[in-house]
Design a protein around this ligand. Sequence first.
Ligand code: MN
Length: 165
Amino acid sequence: MRKQVSKIAVCAALVQTAAAQAADPQATSATQGQRITQAGEQASIPGPDQYFTGRVRIDPVWPADKDINASGSLVTFEPGARSAWHTHPAGQRLVVTSGVGLTQEWGKPVQVIRPGDVIHCPPGVKHWHGAAQGTAMIHLAVTPSLDGKNVNWMEKVSDEQYAAR
Ligand code: MN
């Protein structure tokens, strides 16, 4: 039951439903004290074909809750895989944890991102992120919600756009 609740909460947060904002019933509070989510409690989720090109795996880290209104997810992109174009109503921070990746803001050149790089994406800026052509990439995504929404999905990144460097 517990596993299911967190999977739904995080999936919703990533795939933009009004439920993204639903308060985590297990959220930490001063009266409850610390709580540890144990490794293995949260199931991996395939990145939906509708919003990703190639093979992508989302490993939920924490859902947005009443204390911190931002979800955390580790996202693994296989070589060539990437998100569709999108914006975040409340912005996003990405921390590359392994591999080599690419990101692009609409109208600007594709940029290479590497472990330790932090991408600061302001609210409303159209962009995509993913792996390099021949190398997988993993990033931690910290994505706040605004009125229950944390992403607005747009068109997919074409092969021409992806390869333009
Ligand atoms: Mn993003």
